[in-house]
Design a protein around this ligand. Structure first.
Ligand code: ZN
Ligand code: ZN
Ligand code: ZN
Length: 367
């Protein structure tokens, strides 16, 4: 979908919802709508999208060149700049005009929300996600291609993880190596590197620590980065230093089945809650349900975590183009943990995984 179509779509949604304008500050929505990757800073940069009028980008004067060099320039979007002593909030309010409802970027800083409220005291503020999320959730062909490239890049990293896992190395040392591999594989940024070994594997959002790996450790490696086009990767594999206990191996076999079953259940019309239940039921039937302490997945795109969320209670039906993780796990505090995560895309008639590294427990021999 072109930026023009995305903007038109938002204008249509504004009209339908009876909202006068959407105000979008630097972040994933701005990048999605006009391709401008501006840094979120204290000075106001704000795309003003109105019904029946062309969009305008308000930027600090010192960022005119950056804005013009972005797709905003090629799109011919009107750029209105403000000097250091001007009031940019008054400028935004003037562009919006008399308004009763304005939609604000979900990622907007609270300071800007309040300054915009003061500049437009008669306008009720609502979240712009109600207009933009339904569009962003359905990835178009270019976005799907971008997610496939991101998936292939992080797969390359996982392929090299076993050779990094050796007794005597710390999680942090391994994490630094993995970060370098993430960049070498084509990402422009490392978003997160979780190397959770031994009992640390029981903490799903463990980072890295100075814990030294030893034979007998499970090692959960959950990693992701940002590609040059802004799309994200996110993939988890669980490794084991030396042979696992029979208890761990048995639980892992159930986890693998849960991950496969939930992925296989993805098709248009299935609800997010259903996909979560499929994964959870497999673990629950094996007595592991209480150890699966988080939702099954999250959407991904220009953000690592975005809609749709694969969680109980979310009755949103899946539709072709939705991209999200399927990442069940089991976590036994003080002992061990495991997780398997792929990014999948709901297709017209089923599912496609952008990750292809083997999902079986990888035994690292540590030699
Ligand atoms: Zn997470
Ligand atoms: Zn994830
Ligand atoms: Zn992850």
């Amino acid at each position: 979908m072109s930026f023009v179509r995305r903007l038109t779509h938002v204008q249509e949604q504004l009209a339908i919802a009876g909202i006068d304008a959407a105000l979008i500050t630097p972040g994933p929505d701005l990048r999605y709508l006009v391709g401008y990757e501006a840094k979120p800073l204290e000075r106001l940069t704000c795309l003003v999208v109105r019904v029946g009028a062309d969009p305008v980008l308000v930027v600090p004067a010192l960022e005119i060149l950056a804005a013009t060099a972005s797709p905003v320039g090629q799109l011919g979007i009107d750029i209105q700049s403000w000097q250091e002593t001007d009031d940019p909030y008054a400028l935004a309010a003037q562009l919006v005009g008399a308004a009763s409802v304005v939609a604000l970027d979900d990622h907007m800083w609270a300071q800007k929300v309040l300054d915009l409220r003061a500049a437009m005291p008669n306008a009720r503020q609502v979240l712009a996600s109600q207009l933009i999320t339904p569009i962003r959730m359905r990835k178009d062909a270019e976005e799907i291609a971008a997610l496939r490239r991101a998936g292939a890049a992080i797969d390359q990293v996982h392929a090299k993880v076993p050779e990094l896992l050796r007794p005597g190395r710390t999680e942090r040392e391994i994490g630094i190596d993995i970060g370098n591999l993430i960049i070498a594989a084509g990402h422009v940024a490392v978003d997160f590197v979780i190397v959770a070994s031994g009992p640390n594997a029981a903490s799903p959002h463990h980072d890295v620590s100075d814990r030294v790996l030893a034979i007998g450790d499970p090692v959960v490696v959950d990693i992701g980065g940002t590609m040059p086009d802004g799309y994200r990767s996110d993939c988890t594999r669980t490794y084991h230093l030396g042979a696992p206990s029979s208890e761990f191996a048995a639980s892992y076999a159930v986890l693998l089945q849960a991950q496969r079953s939930a992925s296989a259940a993805v098709h248009p019309g299935a609800t997010c809650a259903h996909i979560d239940a499929v994964a959870r039921d497999v673990l629950t039937d094996a007595g592991l349900g209480e150890l699966f302490i988080h939702r099954t997945g999250h959407g991904i795109g220009l953000e690592s975590h975005e809609d749709p969320y694969i969680v109980a209670g979310n009755h949103l039906p899946l539709a072709a183009g939705m991209a999200f993780s399927i990442e069940p796990g089991f976590y036994l505090a003080g002992s061990y943990g495991a997780r398997i995560e792929d990014i999948v895309i709901c297709t017209d008639d089923g599912v496609e995984s952008v990750n292809a590294q083997p999902r079986e427990l990888v035994i690292a021999l540590g030699t």
